[in-house]
Design a protein around this ligand. Structure first.
Ligand SMILES: Cc1cc2nc3c(=O)[nH]c(=O)nc-3n(C[C@H](O)[C@H](O)[C@H](O)COP(=O)(O)OP(=O)(O)OC[C@H]3O[C@@H](n4cnc5c(N)ncnc54)[C@H](O)[C@@H]3O)c2cc1C
Length: 434
């Protein structure tokens, strides 16, 4: 008599779905982990590079770790903060930030309008009202109009000059766009209560072993294929076939697109919504460069400058500098600088940097590493008027495809992962009720 086999675990109907994820950055890895936590067992992640992490990229020189991308976690990073605790990863804390020669909070308080606390209260109330209206399946016209207008005008209408100063650093200085053009919805998503509270209580933190190490540990529990650039995606009636550059093919029931939509549409026959979303966004660039500088500041952690946040300022100017410490192997004091890339090449940006540093009293003696990132997809105002925000939600699940990353939330790990937590639940509900 044949011995009966007992299945190791009765899979919940639908959770046996084969899921392919393109992209092993924070969006793809967190989605993989969250889907696994939901009970999905058959998940494969494809990463083009030899390492995971995407824009979470840590460079190491001697004892000095330099975060070339993802730097800090706020209270909004509640899921990744939970994971770092589970992984027993020690967190360090951001030190003093100087902005335009002053303590950052003094700079904020120097803005126009009523006292800061009153402005924060008014800002958060107006923000809550607008975000709730935008969350409705059919947002009212007043909410769409506010969402599409530049954040500078939205703040100006409410006499929130101190909040404007806050956003010089929190928004433009972090390469989330110039506030005279950045749509209000994108500025409000990022500038939430948790961000302000984290700043006020000096709770901006980072894993001392680096973000790259954090994502490598998250990936260790998942089926991740490295050096596996997806070159083609075919979506048929009930399956999705991925072909890698190396010529392998893999079949799935569902696909998670964790790379920018404009890169994704080049790999496949795009749906109508994918084509529209692709035409609705512009990516800004952000370049980080590691420098060794003589005769410069070492009394503060981050020094940032207003020059490049004045509307109309020349792109490519230095925005901010983080002091990383003394590393004899590199020849002295090490700084990480961040620039808006604009149309400049890497070498041109280095020349601008050298001039900028010199203008501020330092002398660049070594240029160690440069990374030019594709960063922050900015919505076109006319696309918001044409229903972009609703479309980004409605297209989820179309053609067996689910989408994540900066375009669907914000260019920051917290918002991407928090978005994924809800997306993973939606995906699970969709497969179980199918
Ligand atoms: C300078 C800088 C500072 C930042 N500071 C912070 C911060 O302080 N806090 C914070 O939370 N966030 C910060 N961020 C933002 C954060 O790093 C990003 O929002 C996050 O990395 C985006 O994750 P992602 O997975 O969507 O994209 P990415 O990180 O870009 O990852 C996408 C991945 O997809 C892979 N890929 C692309 N195409 C293919 C393909 N065809 N096949 C297979 N794989 C492919 C890429 O190689 C990459 O690994 C910062 C970013 C930068 C650049």
């Amino acid at each position: 008599m044949l011995q009966q086999t007992i299945p190791s675990k009765a899979p919940q109907s639908g959770l046996a779905s084969r899921i392919g994820i393109i992209g092993g950055g924070p969006a793809g890895l967190s989605m993989g982990r969250l889907l696994k936590e939901q009970g999905f067992e058959n998940i494969t992640i494809f990463e083009a590079l030899p390492q995971v992490g995407g824009k979470s990229f840590t460079a190491q020189y001697g004892d000095t770790l330099v975060e070339m991308g993802t730097a800090y976690a706020t209270y909004s990073h509640r899921i990744t903060n939970r994971w770092t605790r589970k992984l027993n990863m020690k967190m360090g804390r951001l030190g003093m930030v100087r902005f335009n020669g002053a303590d950052f909070m003094d700079y904020v308080k120097a803005g126009s309008g009523p006292p800061l606390l009153l402005q924060i209260w008014r800002y958060l109330n107006a923000r809550r009202k607008l975000m709730r209206a935008l969350d409705r399946p059919n947002p009212p016209q007043w909410a769409i109009d506010q969402a599409a207008m530049p954040i500078l005008d939205w703040l100006g209408e409410r006499n929130l000059g101190k909040m404007e100063n806050f956003m010089h650093r929190s928004t433009t200085n972090l390469a989330y766009g110039f506030i005279d053009v950045l749509p209000t919805v994108q500025a409000l998503r990022w500038n939430d209560f948790e961000l302000m509270l984290s700043g006020a209580l000096e709770q901006l933190k980072f894993p001392v072993d680096g973000w790259a190490e954090f994502w490598a540990r998250i990936a260790a529990d998942l089926d991740v294929r490295l050096n596996a650039k997806v070159a083609r995606v075919e979506r048929l009636d009930s399956t999705v076939t991925l072909s890698t550059e190396a010529g392998e093919t893999h079949e799935f029931d569902l696909l998670v697109c964790a790379i920018p939509v404009d890169d994704f549409v080049k790999l496949t026959t795009p749906t109508a919504n994918e084509t529209i979303v692709n035409a609705s966004i512009d990516w800004n660039g952000y370049t980080t460069t590691v420098l060794v500088v003589e005769d410069w500041f070492d009394d503060t952690h981050v020094d940032s400058f207003k020059e490049a946040v004045i509307p109309g300022a020349k792109l490519g100017q230095m925005l901010s500098v983080r002091y990383e410490g003394y590393e004899p192997e590199l020849g002295g004091h090490v700084y990480l600088t961040g620039q808006l890339t604009g149309d400049y090449t890497g070498p041109e940006l280095v020349e601008l940097l050298k001039a900028d540093v010199e203008k501020r009293g330092g002398k660049v003696t070594n240029v160690v590493l440069q990374k030019m990132w594709k960063y922050h997809s900015q919505y076109k105002p006319e696309a918001i008027h044409d229903g972009l925000l609703t479309r980004l939600e409605q297209m989820q699940g179309e053609a067996h495809t689910w989408y994540t990353g900066a375009t669907f939330s914000h260019e920051v790990v917290s918002h991407i992962v928090n978005y994924n937590a809800k997306l993973a639940q939606r995906l699970q509900k969709a497969v179980v009720t199918k």
